[in-house]
Design a protein. Sequence first.
Length: 92
Amino acid sequence: MATRIRMTRHGSKKRPFYRIVAASTGAPRDGRFIEQLGHYDPTRTPVDVKLDLVRLSDWIAKGAQPSDTVLRLLKKAGWKRGQVAPGAAVQA
């Protein structure tokens, strides 16, 4: 089955918090996932985004497809398609 890098919603009503995960395409949005790759909190000022670019690059190299929203966050963090990020987790 294909793998997708997408966001899962957490938090209470009107206080969303998202985790960026690698999940099977057949899994529900907030259901089972393979690995957590970062998080995104739009309610903070400035917006809190933390991505593990090394693991994200590994998953994309294995064929996982990022969702449109995750791809937008990756581009804001300075990631380019085909790039393998050196080092550990990067704070964006």
